[in-house]
Ligand binder design. Structure first.
Ligand SMILES: Nc1ncnc2c1ncn2[C@@H]1O[C@H](COP(=O)(O)OP(=O)(O)OP(=O)(O)O)[C@@H](O)[C@H]1O
Ligand SMILES: [Mg+2]
Length: 251
């Protein structure tokens, strides 16, 4: 589904991602782990179009996407969430979800003047969909609250909700479990499994090893910008290189 070949991303002299080749299988929930500074978020940013890779190619469903703009990649079917959630704090939870979708005709001046009916229909569809998404994520009771009043875990769910509005086929989640209480963590995990059952593939960065080991298959390990190994949870858990990367401070 997603094919990375020889991806590098440097910042000045620092090789944040160093010659990473990786295949993501359709239908899988792939985990991406590694110590702080391993290059995981940088790899995400390169896939999602926030950075053009310094070197290498990325294909999504057979199409080259490296160097494309984030909105183009989003339209092609890849949605992402941020390690630090970025809601519009003053807007309601529902409004935050409604803001996500692509091709909002209402943003275009000419459409406002000449196609008001079409815009109204689109806004209604958009709202209906956002309501459904909030319901799916058990956030309906918070729909009218300002996003800034949400807890860390609720913000993670909101981020997931915004990602869902584009009907993505692949979702990149950057630490969905960080700062989330155990109850909400179980809920997030369960929703990811349900979305996966409905056909969405995932690539998930996560430091919570319980969550990763339960949820992800296969697991990809990065350290110091490089791909260290890829395998089943059992193999990753018992691989001396992985232990070494975490304990030995490769970074
Ligand atoms: N925009 C940037 N400019 C300069 N250096 C950066 C930038 N983004 C990341 N880096 C550096 O690249 C390296 C990889 O960072 P990255 O954020 O990708 O790691 P990570 O694996 O996501 O870590 P964490 O688990 O702490 O989130 C780090 O040394 C970081 O300081
Ligand atoms: Mg990161």
């Amino acid at each position: 589904m997603l094919e990375l070949k020889g991806i590098s991303k440097t910042f000045g002299g620092l090789r944040a991602v160093d010659d990473v080749s990786l295949s993501i299988t359709r239908g899988a929930i792939t985990g991406l782990i590694g110590p702080n500074g391993a290059g995981k978020t940088t790899l995400f940013n390169t896939i999602a179009g926030a950075y053009a890779p310094t070197r290498g190619t990325i294909h999504f469903e057979g199409q080259p996407i490296e160097g494309k703009a984030p909105y183009q990649i989003y339209r092609m079917g890849i949605a992402r969430t941020f390690q630090i959630p970025r809601p519009f704090g003053a807007l309601s939870v529902l409004e935050n979800v409604m803001l996500a979708p692509l091709g909002q005709l209402g943003e275009q001046f000419w459409n406002n003047l000449f196609r008001p009916g079409r815009i109204r229909t689109q806004e209604r569809t958009n709202r209906d969909k956002a309501v459904e998404v909030l319901d799916f994520l058990n956030l309906t009771h918070l729909a009218d609250e300002p996003a800034r009043s949400l807890s860390g875990g609720q913000l993670k769910l909101l981020e997931l909700g915004r990602a869902l509005m584009s009907d993505p086929r692949l979702i990149l989640l950057d630490e969905p479990g960080a700062g989330v209480n155990p109850t909400l963590l179980g809920q997030i995990t369960e929703r990811i499994v349900e979305l996966n059952r409905r056909g969405i593939s995932f690539l998930i960065i996560e430091h919570n090893m319980d969550m990763v080991m339960n949820l992800c298959r296969p697991i990809v390990v990065m350290a110091a910008g490089r791909l260290l190994m890829q395998g089943e949870p059992q193999a990753v858990r018992s691989d001396p290189r992985v232990l070494d990367a975490y304990l030995g401070g490769v970074t």
